[in-house]
Design a protein around this ligand. Structure first.
Ligand code: GLU
Length: 449
């Protein structure tokens, strides 16, 4: 029998050859394959069943035209995607991203990560992802609505509460989920609350869903610190981004007595020596849909805006990359390490480059990969589905308690699995193998399909 390492190398080469022009997908696959050697050695039945080969090929990939008309009557055409990657553990589940960078490779990387992340939650959800290269920036609410309606007109035939359940991601928040849900309801003539998550409260949404990803990333960091006999209380933090994940990362950090100093967007970052004034940042980002530079102008002397700068140059004890993929590279990692960072918890998906991850691990920094650290969002989505299925709404306390329990258990299983496979403290290996084992066991039981 071939050595698992050779087999994984051959698989990787094959993936790169058969999926040209998809660097993000290659990167996500490589990161997982690099950690699976020990589990394939320990359990040869996985290799015999062609599990990794099957896992790497999405069950279904849908690409469609999304035509829409702007406020001046001009017609635009975008491309829509839904990659239904793996349904061994439950219906496909994962967000929709509307951003000009979205292409099939980006959707596949996100969908692939989602399989493992969703498995780690333990909640019976498969992995999928979708989106469009539509850019919501600078569009009127009416244009966004018409785009969402056109997007859903095609997507509706592919999704369903027992089939595939989209949610938000970059560029898709409560407003977009509302337009998408309205169009789905109109097309199908069904009140099928469980077909989308991230809905508004009052029409099927769960409390704590908007907060869940950010809250979860902070809870995961707290668990990593606790495992080393340290606490988050009193620590300073750098947070990148200013979307949903970043805002609620800042909120939970403040609740736990830490001091978040920064936020960013594509134009640069703000640093506030007194700590971020969250009410002001929320007003600018959530209500006015403005830029972070506004924050510095309105906050007064404690804050300044750094154009084109990287938030990672601000010294802090813990770091939360919460913007987008590959936003923290090896240079940034060097800077953070030199400034004494203790822990990095990924709120975004794959924000840290592989070289930067290695550097953190070599330097003994606790590193929480997105699959584990940002799983709180999709976990509360699954709790939203549970509430929808039973037609009840849970209290904030109940959802928060469930979320905290899920984040603790994801930390515990990642930590324990890393130890079991001889890489103590390596949450990348632990999360990949723990997620893989759950999906692989289900696939093994369900036959070659
Ligand atoms: N887009 C989020 C993620 O990356 C949430 C997905 C969901 O709630 O389905 O996990």
């Amino acid at each position: 029998m071939t050595d698992p390492k050779d087999r994984l190398d051959a698989l990787r080469a094959d993936i790169e050859r058969r999926n040209p022009g998809q660097p993000e997908f290659h990167q996500a696959v490589r990161e997982v394959l690099d950690t699976l050697g020990p589990v394939l050695t320990a359990r040869p039945q996985y290799a015999e069943a062609g599990l990794v080969e099957r896992l790497l090929e999405p069950e279904r990939q849908i690409i469609f035209r999304v035509p829409w008309t702007d406020d001046h009557g001009r017609v635009h055409v975008n491309r829509g995607y839904r990659v239904e990657f793996n349904s061994a553990l439950g219906p496909y589940k994962g967000g929709l991203r509307f951003h000009p960078s979205v292409d099939i490779g980006v959707v596949k990387f996100l969908g692939f990560e989602q399989i493992f992340k969703n498995a780690l939650t333990g909640l019976g959800i498969g992995g999928g992802k979708g989106g469009s290269d539509f850019d919501p920036h600078g569009k009127s609410a009416a244009e966004v609505m018409r785009f969402c309606q056109s997007f859903m007109t095609e997507l509706a035939r592919h999704i369903g509460e027992h089939t595939d359940i989209p949610a938000g991601d970059i560029g898709v928040g409560g407003r977009e989920i509302g337009y998408l849900f309205g169009q789905y309801r109109r097309i199908t003539n069904r009140w099928e609350a469980g077909v989308l998550t991230g809905k508004g409260q009052g029409w099927g949404g769960s409390v704590i869903r908007p907060e869940a990803t950010g809250y979860g990333a902070v809870l995961f960091a707290a668990e990593m610190l606790k495992a080393r006999g340290e606490a988050l209380d009193g620590l300073s933090a750098v947070v990148s981004g200013s979307g949903n994940v970043a805002l609620y990362t800042i909120e939970k950090l403040q609740q736990l007595g830490a001091n978040p100093l920064t936020a960013s967007d594509s134009s640069g970052y703000v640093v506030d020596d007194k700590g971020i004034d969250l009410a002001l940042l929320k007003q600018i980002k959530e209500v006015e849909r403005g830029r972070v530079s506004e924050y510095a102008t309105r906050r007064g002397p404690s804050a300044r805006f750094v154009r084109q700068g990287r938030v990672w140059e601000v010294p802090a004890d813990v770091a939360f990359p919460s913007a987008t993929q590959n936003e923290l590279d090896v240079e940034d990692a060097r800077t953070l390490i030199a400034n004494g960072v203790k822990a990095v918890s990924e709120g975004a998906n794959m924000p840290t480059t592989p070289e930067a991850v290695h550097l953190f691990q070599e330097a003994g920094v606790a590193f929480g990969p997105g699959k584990a650290a940002n799983a709180g969002g999709v976990a509360v989505s699954a709790l939203e589905m549970a509430q929808n299925a039973s037609r009840v709404a849970w209290s904030r306390e109940r959802v928060e308690d469930e979320l905290a329990g899920i984040m603790r258990s994801i930390h515990a299983v990642s930590h324990e699995t890393a130890e079991r496979y001889g890489s103590p403290g390596d949450y990348v290996t632990g999360a990949n193998i723990a997620g893989f084992e759950r999906v692989a066991d289900a696939m093994l039981a369900q036959g070659v399909i």
